[in-house]
Ligand binder design. Structure first.
Ligand SMILES: [Zn+2]
Length: 64
C-alpha cells in the first residue's frame, strides 16, 4: 500500500488519516493506521499492528 500524497487515487479528493483499533473476545487487539477518502470512502491501510496476549507478556506483530 502506497501513500498518494494525501490524494485519493480514485477520485482525487483529500484523504484523512485515522487510527482504528478493535479488540476481539480472544484477547487479540488490532490497531490500524489508515487513510480514508472524504469523497468516495476508499480506505487504504497504511500499517496494521496486531497485539496478542501470550500468558504474561504481549506479542506484537507488525503487518504491512
Ligand atoms: Zn476517493
Amino acid at each position: 500500500m502506497r501513500m498518494n500524497n494525501g490524494i485519493c487515487p480514485k477520485c482525487g479528493s483529500k484523504l484523512a488519516t485515522a487510527i482504528e483499533s478493535e479488540s476481539s473476545s480472544d484477547g487479540v487487539k488490532t490497531v490500524r493506521y489508515v487513510s480514508r477518502c472524504r469523497g468516495c470512502n476508499e480506505v487504504n491501510i497504511i500499517e496494521e499492528v496486531i497485539i496478542r496476549r501470550q500468558g504474561n507478556h504481549l506479542e506484537i506483530l507488525l503487518k504491512k
